[in-house]
Design a protein around this ligand. Structure first.
Ligand code: AMP
Ligand code: ZN
Length: 460
């Protein structure tokens, strides 16, 4: 079935054809491990996960790479400011290695909690310093670099089509770059290698042909994508904020070093907004997944919430919207529990509709609509069950744990249910209500059907 993606580089939705038949190389910009991920970051990784799952759903053998940035990401995109890891080291009084360890682990826990499938490899910037130096040497040999007193820079004027990803001409980009140019020849030039500040106690510095220092942020992605996928590879992803600087510069580096595009297709997710605006520390609205869990939400409700919008659409987070997502998810679980265990074949027509939706530039809201339509259709329960399980390969909502698995009821609750059934037959409504309260205290909800009681765990 035809698969299409919107390519930021060409500004069109294009049919997808991999470079090597049957195989896909995917690179997603990952976390800077100097703090916990916020739910905006999670939207970005969820988008990468849906893409990864969709490619596999289409039968591709996917090599998926996500970098872990543990050096070089400065507090200012314009090569000024401090390394974010240094800020965290001061904040927490720990070494860079310790900081990276804590937040890398937290990142993987978050990935598991929202059911993001593991990528093939998660290379760390600090473990690929020689590869980054080798890449800079290639750019240098090809005449794309110059040196100042504080580092080695990429000379963007040497690349005639610099700016093609953001669609900004070099002059516009220069005007837009609110940068103290320092010794750079142009505001759009960017650091490939920064020298350690004199006398600074740096936790992270390496020898290089140009002097002791550390790599610029963009270098790691060109170096590691080249190492694990070869260039050009198929698809590169990240948040839309990366288009004008980070990804533009990654593209320039690979062109400078290897004379080819880094990736053919560039896909970017729109930002998650909070209460209609930007997330910001000063507004106190920067939420982490743990904050949602502490308020009693299921992490998969956040996943469901994100699936409700296509990745390129802006998405506004509110607790009301998260409530609605959680109710929908739990309704889905209730319906799934009532289905038989999956055995028979899927329904090819419904599956095709779902597949078409997801293959249309990851249209998750349409895919969810196909799923709900199926659940209320007159398809047999067996087919619903098998088709739902298949859809969950892409949706990742953990349906294999619930489909065909009625709630396991503890003996104590079963006894209360039996007593209540008897009370109802005897039309003893007072006792029946008392028993309902007792059942509720034990964490279960009972619903009265025509001839039986239906029980479920609270919140599911
Ligand atoms: P960082 O750790 O700052 O490098 O960010 C990791 C990823 O999250 C990047 O690809 C960003 O583009 C993305 N990102 C940051 N903020 C948001 C947001 N509010 N919504 C969606 N994606 C975001
Ligand atoms: Zn990157």
């Amino acid at each position: 079935m035809q698969l299409s993606f919107y390519n930021t580089l060409t500004r069109t939705k294009e049919p997808f054809t991999p470079i090597h038949p049957g195989k896909v190389g995917l690179y997603s910009c990952g976390p800077t491990v100097y703090g916990f991920a916020h739910i905006g970051n999670l939207r970005c990784y969820l988008f990468a996960d849906i893409l990864y799952r969709t490619l596999r759903y289409n039968g591709f053998d996917v090599t998926a790479v996500m970098n872990i940035t543990d050096v070089g990401h400065l507090t200012d995109d314009a090569d000024a400011g401090e390394d974010k890891m240094m800020v965290a080291m001061r904040r927490e009084g720990k070494s860079a290695g310790e900081i990276a360890k804590v937040y890398t682990q937290a990142f993987f826990e978050d990935m598991d909690r929202v059911h993001n499938a593991r990528f093939t490899v998660y290379p760390r910037a600090t473990e690929h310093i020689p590869e980054q130096i080798a890449l800079i040497k290639k750019m240098e040999a090809n005449g794309y670099t110059y040196q100042t007193s504080d580092g080695v820079y990429f000379d963007t004027s040497k690349l005639s089509d610099y700016g093609k990803l953001s669609g900004q001409k070099s002059e516009e980009k220069k005007a837009g770059a609110r940068v103290e140019q320092g010794q750079k020849r142009s505001p759009t030039d960017f650091a490939l290698w920064k020298f350690s500040p004199a006398g600074a106690q740096r936790d992270m510095e390496w020898e290089s042909p140009w002097g002791k220092g550390f790599p610029g942020w963009h270098v790691e992605c060109s170096a590691m994508s080249g190492k694990y996928l070869g260039v050009p590879f198929d698809i590169h992803t990240g948040g839309e904020d990366h288009i004008p600087v980070h990804h533009e510069n990654e593209l320039a580096q690979t062109q400078g070093a290897d004379g080819v595009l880094e990736a053919n297709i560039w896909m970017h997710n729109a930002f998650l907004q909070i209460d209609g605006g930007k997330m910001s520390k000063s507004l106190g609205n920067v939420y982490q997944l743990q904050d949602l869990i502490d308020r009693g939400y299921d992490p998969l409700a956040f996943r469901y919430f994100c699936l409700g919008a296509q990745y390129r659409a802006s998405l506004n987070f509110t607790f009301e919207a998260l409530d609605a997502a959680q109710s929908a998810l739990h309704k889905l679980y209730r319906l799934a529990r009532d289905l038989p265990s999956p055995s028979s074949n899927t329904d090819p027509q419904v599956e095709a509709k779902f597949h078409e939706a997801i293959n249309d530039d990851l249209n998750t809201p349409r895919a969810l609509a196909v799923m709900w339509e199926m659940l209320t259709s007159d398809l047999s329960s067996e087919q619903k069950s098998a088709t739902l399980l298949q859809m969950d390969q892409v949706l990742g909502l953990g349906l294999e744990r619930v489909i065909g698995k009625p709630v396991e009821i503890p003996a104590e609750v079963q006894q209360l249910l039996d007593d209540r059934q008897k009370a109802r037959q005897e039309k003893n409504w007072i006792l029946s209500d008392e028993l309902r309260d007792k059942i509720s205290e034990l964490g279960y909800e009972v619903e009265d059907m025509a001839t039986r009681q239906k029980i479920q765990k609270k919140g599911e």
